[in-house]
Each structure stands twice: as C-alpha cells, then as structure tokens.
Write a protein that binds this ligand. Structure first.
Ligand SMILES: Cc1cc2nc3c(=O)[nH]c(=O)nc-3n(C[C@H](O)[C@H](O)[C@H](O)COP(=O)(O)O)c2cc1C
Length: 152
C-alpha cells in the first residue's frame, strides 16, 4: 500500500501534524512519502492508494494559494479507488475555523473515497498525538474496505 502526505505550512503547525501522521502511517508498515504541496508531482496522484492532505487556513477561511493546484488535480484525477483524509491547523478566533479543511473535505467527499478529517488548534499538543493515530487508523480501515469491495 502506497501513501502520500501532502501539506502546506508557513509557520510549521501543519508541518508538525504532517510529520505525526507520516510516523503513524510508517508504523502500519505503509510505504509513505511526504511532500510540501509545491513540490508534489501532481501527475503522480493516481500512483497512491492513500493520500493525506494537510492545510492551514488563510484569509477569511480560504485555501492557501499553494494548495489550489492540488485541489484542482483531485477534481480532475480523483477516483473512488483513492482513499483520502484531510487534516489542518487553524485559529478558532477566526469566524471560519479551519475553513480550508472544510473546503477540501467537501470536494474529496465527492471526488475520492474520503475517510476522515482532523482539525487542530494552532500548534499540535500531546493529546493530538492520539488523534493522529486514530486519523491513520481510519484511513487504513477505509482503504482495506475499499479493496475488499473491489474483489466482490
Ligand atoms: C492572515 C491570516 C489569516 C488567517 N485566517 C484564518 C481563518 O480564516 N481560519 C482559521 O481557522 N485560521 C486562520 N488563520 C490561522 C492559521 O491558519 C493558523 O495559524 C495555522 O496554524 C497556520 O498553519 P502553519 O503553521 O502550518 O502555517 C489565519 C492566519 C493568518 C496569519
């Protein structure tokens, strides 16, 4: 099973979360690569069984510019064979808390086999470690279900 963690982060919060999620994917013996979104080769999206998308939120609840091409690539090349999860950090003082996570969630639900979402307030804390583990457990479970359904 091949997985990619693709994220955008300016001040490091979402990157930290991406690293925690990568660690738990590796603990499940999954072949995992991690990319800042600007470096991810979009043509390779279909090479993965699992993609975890990580985004901070900008402006008034908006997707950051460096995540927009990835968003469009999912719309164009996404499939129900691709299991996805979306995670992100935000600041609940803003009216649209983690708005970019919501935007990705709604699109990934339509274009892919969406398993799970995770929102974290600013810098990940110790309690978020277990939330990352559960995020990965949900991704793997959903991917296994989808493989089983394909066989029948
Ligand atoms: C100009 C600006 C606008 C922001 N707008 C939002 C927002 O609408 N909703 C939200 O939840 N967080 C918002 N944030 C907070 C960031 O998403 C948050 O600090 C996040 O953890 C940054 O992630 P990073 O450390 O990975 O770059 C905003 C931050 C800045 C500086």
């Amino acid at each position: 099973m091949k997985a990619a963690v693709i994220y955008a982060s300016v001040t490091g919060n979402t990157e930290e979360l991406a690293e925690m999620i990568k660690k738990y994917l590796e603990m499940r013996d999954i072949d995992v690569v991690s990319y800042p979104s600007a470096l991810f080769p979009l043509s390779q999206l279909q090479d993965f069984q699992i993609v975890a998308v990580g985004t901070y939120t900008w402006g008034n609840g908006e997707i950051p510019r460096e995540m927009r091409d990835l968003y469009t690539a999912f719309e164009e090349y996404g499939s129900k064979k691709l299991t996805t999860g979306v995670f992100g950090t935000g600041d609940s003082l803003f009216p649209r808390y983690c708005g970019a996570v919501n935007e990705f969630r709604d699109m990934l639900y339509v274009c892919t086999n969406l398993a799970v979402t995770l929102k974290v307030e600013l810098t990940p804390q110790k309690k978020d470690d277990q939330r990352c583990k559960r995020f990965v457990d949900s991704l793997v479970k959903k991917q296994r279900e989808s493989e089983r359904n394909e066989r029948f």
